[in-house]
Design a protein around this ligand. Sequence first.
Ligand SMILES: Cc1ncc(COP(=O)(O)O)c(C=O)c1O
Length: 477
Amino acid sequence: MDIQSASTEQLQQWADTLNAEYDAIKAKKLNLDLTRGKPSAEQLSLSDALDGILKGSYQSEDGTDVRNYGGLDGIPAARKLGADMLGAPASNVIAGGNSSLTLMHQAVTIAYLFGLTGADSAWKNAEKVSFICPVPGYDRHFSVCEHLGIHMIPAPMTADGPDMDAVEALIAEDTSIRGMWCVPRFSNPTGVVYSDDTVERIAALGKKAHADFRVFWDNAYAVHQLDDAAPALANIWDAAEKAGTQDSILQFASTSKITFAGAGVAFLAASDANLTGIRKALGFVTIGPDKVNQLRHARFFAEPESLAQHMKKHAEIIKPRFESVLTRLEAAFGDNDLGRWESAQGGYFISFDTRPGLAKEVVRLAAEAGVKLTPAGATFPYGNDPEDSNIRIAPTVPTVPQVDEAMEVFVTCVPCQRSPGLESISTSALRATRLWHAMHISLNSVPSFLRLRPTQLYSSSTYSHSCLNFRATTYAS
Ligand SMILES: Cc1ncc(COP(=O)(O)O)c(C=O)c1O
């Protein structure tokens, strides 16, 4: 239905239908969860052969007994695995414990307290330390900043990655900026793959920013494509080498969403200068990582094609879940402007935007109807989505029928909107639709500064030009 031109009778009818649908859904007393991006049990089982793979042989190829202490950098075969994923020389890769988030937290902490290239480079020497945070983004990146008291500055995402004009302008005008988060391939949550030009411009930031500025290049989904046609990512190591900015890039990845999410291997790639600082500080933290697990992974992915083949099996499991989400979204919102979404050709998420001001309410309505969603706002620093419109959908854990059922609830909740004092949808659906109608009109008639808090870089602040001003194609098409 075209809401803009609908008559009151049509709106009334639609409200009645919505009302009935929502009540029917609530009566089912569902208990479904589309919150965190975790691998399903089926995916985890793809790696069960890790268990017992060593068969009593504990020597890595350089003769190290992996059961013993030592080897801060990790074993060579694990470093090679990380190097292949990150596109960096193995000699510049550290293979660590099970979590890249830990490595990221440690790298930020080291840079903050001790300096990556000596005490003079410690961020704590500055009056204020800020990070550029492309939004929507990964909530745990933002938590790292919050934990260490680092000020966060949102920058809009586009279909090509962070809006680089905005990022460069920020860097030019704000001398407190010391870092920037990036999830360059299949971004969390938008699924965007950074364009070649964006990668080049990010690599060049080291020439424009403060000498102690670092890009935190979190390539968590480096090999997580859903089909072969998925776009490749330009190599940031090479781009930084060309630009002479190697010291400005810290890269991260892990096998968390490749093998076991709780028992994988994490990687950090950095320039020699950065690695000197990181090794020095890590030496106080550990005598060495879990090399037994590293060897298990090295054996598991011993053949050149084994990682790619393994990821194809993941894609076979995940893809129908993504398709289920996209089919529901397309059916519900393909012919109207009640919501927009980006769907990726890889990664773990689908990012959905309601009209401004509605995301929290949609999440609340869905929860009441038995579908848990990541809290609205989580994809923004300080949990503050200025438009209150972004919702992250994580469909990997539920089964395909469960995803479908959850999405049926979701698409019913999206048009049901904020209605203060709401007791049940049945009393409010019409009101909601009228408000909706009114809101649409008002959106087109009020000045833009009333529609959106004038936060940071939201230069394009109307709904129709939201910070995610594109509608990505579905991977099926
Ligand atoms: C972008 C991103 N980085 C890092 C992680 C966590 O990685 P790890 O399990 O290696 O700590 C996640 C998990 O969802 C993620 O989405």
